[in-house]
Write a new protein. Sequence first.
Length: 94
Amino acid sequence: MTKNTTVEGSPARVRLHIKDLALIYGVTERTIYTYAREGTLPAPRYLPGKPWPFWYQSEIEQNERYKPRLQSKRQKALAASLPQKPQPQQITLF
């Protein structure tokens, strides 16, 4: 999943793959591609000759302003799909 890479003269850069982002944002891998296409997330990077996309963690951290919005959309959808809890009834004895 994540992999540290070092470039001469720079600190280690952590690569996040599609599954990592899906877990971070609580969405499917397909949704991550949609967010990248829409510009909500940066465009993915590819290593030469490799078909797997990745993002640098530093690029995603720059986009943290989107994280609460994305999670809140997910949480709203989950809350709407769950059955509502019954409200307790007040009983008067006298």
